[in-house]
Design a protein around this ligand. Structure first.
Ligand code: ZN
Length: 366
């Protein structure tokens, strides 16, 4: 019996440790809090398979700061069983379920139209029932009248355009002009559109990355096998719904998908400065080989390419730094004439533009 209890306690402690380990972690930047958010989620109140409490529990396990349940206004496949006369119920139930936790719930809905303009999520709404409007343009206007931040969902969706390349239509131009379109999904579920990142840059749209989960997070994103859900990192002044709203309108985001960080350069740069710190450990004995520690303070596995011009003693030019760990490299500095050692890397899994990756640079004392 005692052995059984001992084992049981071990299992419970093990489970807790695993759960703490599971929470997604990214450091704050110099100027902002880094909030982990998912702005595209479904439940049985549209075409999802679970009750809203499961979405709250999943988000808590993943250590998220905020979620938005975005039920399709127009697509209600469970309506015979769940008549759903009040389209705010999903939000209200989630809000109630989230009370014991430190999780923000954003009131939202998915406006589900054919292309163009396709599907869009309206965040920070007051009343989802008022979005039941047939004309797409009028539906966007009804959401905006409530102060909504509106983003274009899966613009690359193959069901809507068979080549997988987003087309920014005249209607999208009109929505953009009239302050009815503010963001674009570069990441949706298990798809990634680098062309959508280009559109975000060209049109001044906020970069969005979401799970668009319908089933279970663990199954869809293979969490037991080491996967992670796609999330939006939002650089906010404080941890509140109003600060997230301010940050989204200001465009301060990076998405994290399949171990790839994707966002605009001005937001990626401060994030990488917090994620990756570099320190010199001095020369290895009497040699001219400099020991340098590279520390990764995030859940992302960093893939760096050395573009410094120096060779390393043990590593080739491609190096990986595992999440929350330090990697020591030994830099051959003999040919250096200047005072310090300049190390430069391309961060191969930090995308800052169409076919363009981020670059980091460090100067170290010899
Ligand atoms: Zn959706």
């Amino acid at each position: 019996m005692r052995i059984f209890l001992f084992l049981l306690v071990g299992v419970i402690i093990g489970a807790q440790a695993q759960d703490q380990n599971r929470a997604i972690e990214f450091p704050n930047t110099k100027d902002y809090l880094t909030l982990k958010c998912d702005f595209h989620i479904h439940t049985v109140f549209s075409d999802g398979s679970v009750w809203p409490n499961i979405r709250v529990d999943e988000a808590v396990r993943d250590g998220l700061d905020a979620i938005a349940l975005t039920e399709h206004i127009e697509y209600q496949p469970h309506q015979d069983d769940l008549p759903h006369p009040d389209r705010n119920r999903s939000y209200e139930i989630a809000l109630e379920q989230a009370k014991p936790y430190d999780l923000l719930i954003i009131h939202a809905s998915e406006i589900t139209k054919d292309m163009p303009p396709g599907h869009a999520n309206a965040l920070f709404i007051q009343d989802a029932n008022k979005l039941i409007v047939e004309d797409p343009y009028e539906a966007y206007k009804a959401a905006r009248a409530q102060g909504a931040f509106i983003f274009w969902n899966h613009p690359n969706w193959v069901n809507q355009q068979d080549n997988g390349i987003p087309v920014f239509s005249d209607l999208h131009e009109k929505l953009l002009r009239e302050d009815l379109l503010h963001g674009i999904e570069v990441v949706n579920d298990i798809t990634y559109s680098e062309y959508a990142l280009k559109l975000a840059e060209d049109k001044g749209l906020t970069v969005i990355g979401t799970s668009d989960i319908h089933g279970l997070i663990d199954w869809q994103f293979k969490i037991p096998e080491g996967g992670h859900r796609p999330i939006n990192l939002v650089f906010a002044k404080d941890r509140s719904v109003s600060s997230i709203k301010e940050a989204l309108f200001a465009g301060r985001t990076v998405a994290w998908y399949n171990n790839i960080l994707v966002g605009k350069e001005e937001h990626m740069k401060p994030l990488l400065e917090s994620i990756l710190t570099v320190s010199s450990n001095g020369m290895m004995g009497p040699s001219s080989i400099l020991e340098v520690d590279l520390t990764n303070h995030s859940d992302a596995r960093l893939i760096l390419k050395n573009v410094s011009g120096y060779d390393f003693y043990k590593d080739a030019d491609i190096i990986e730094i595992l999440p929350h760990s330090t990697k020591r490299i030994e830099v051959l500095t003999e040919r250096v004439v200047e005072e310090g050692v300049s190390l430069s890397f391309d961060v191969l899994n930090a995308v800052i533009g169409y076919k363009k990756t981020a670059h980091v640079h460090y100067t170290l004392d010899k």
